[in-house]
Design a protein around this ligand. Sequence first.
Ligand code: URA
Length: 451
Amino acid sequence: MRAVDLIRKKRDSGAHSPEEIEFLVSGYTRGEIPDYQMAAWLMAVWIRGINRSELAALTETMLFSGQVLNLARIPGRKVDKHSTGGVGDKTSLILAPIVAAGGLTVPMISGRGLGHTGGTLDKLESIPGFNVNLSLEEFYSVLRECGMGLIGQTAEIAPADKKIYALRDATSTVENVGLICASIMSKKLAEGIDVLVLDVKTGSGAFMKSKKDAVALAQTMVGIGQSVGKKVAALITDMNQPLGRMAGHSNEIVECVEVLSGGGPADLRELSVELSAWMFFYGQKTVSVAAGRRLAAEMIASGKAKAKFRQAIALQGGDARVVEEPQRLPQARARVDVPSPKGGYITTTNCENLGIALAILGGGREKKEDRIDHGVGLEFHARIGERVKKGQPLATIHYNSDAKLADARALITASYEISGAPPKVRNPLIYQTILKDQDRDAPSSRRRRTR
Ligand code: URA
């Protein structure tokens, strides 16, 4: 088999056999297929798509590219959540401490920034000393001690996703149902969890712009998870504007601490509590989602969730003082407001462009090797439906480079649509919950390696 022939096959709309998928993915993971061939194949997949059996083979090959954790030695149910990504989407760092404080174990394998969206690992690395590259033994030990651990894909767990994810980020091959599904489900199924709650975003700042596509992605992922015996639920949630008021790495840590302290923006608080509630319910900690909401609220009000976050930071080598002293996080050198060009109601935002503006400031990668500037960020002052006056700040930019400022500022100004009348339709924060899907091809349990 030759990679060049398989690229041509997909370019010409052919369907791959499981052996061909395995050849490409395993060869790339081992370093035998170069970046440029994998990038060409990913673009062909992005354009031509993959069918169900190709998706099952891709997910399976990526899942078994590394080890599948066996967390039986840690008592209790193991639960996790994964979001398809958005702007200001930071709920993982809020719900993991809530759910761990409530008595479940959260073994979370996350990703870095992808496209215009921020990544949990990059956000965590804004905390001085925080190590997202724990060995498996270290990960087990952190999970045993505090009930939550936050790491990235490694050479041991989901190594295929680690490489392919970084390549997709730099080659504009992110927004594809098959590639997203295989990426998410391969690393989540490698965690050895019992329960997975998915936050599938839709809207201008999501990879799935339409609700129909988001529902299709959610159904596909729920179906794959359930077919291998996991309890999986997906919430379809709004990403037509940033979640919360903050985007950018240090900024988002500060906002997470606000929510864990009982404050923070209402949308971020509500979604974090809702996702936690599903984790509690599916993790059999509560008898209903409503009881899960109450338990989540109690974990925040009692200070237990915040204490858990502090403990988790310290156990992974981070400076836990950032929880009380946010000035210890990297800060940008300067700030400037972006004024509204006119008065009126905000009717829509181009939320993807807000994420791109942050990336331009240094908060995202253009190339795989780029380093993130953790101090830069955006603070949003006005939400869809609100009335603004001419000159009123729409956002504040936290920046380090004057050279990057003008482009980011222009993009932010152009991202707000302001009109004389309020928007006719108000999007809910949560559109619907997907609990089931039809039968589908699933990753088989052959070749399973556990640890
Ligand atoms: N999150 C992931 O882990 N992978 C994707 O492809 C998109 C979001």
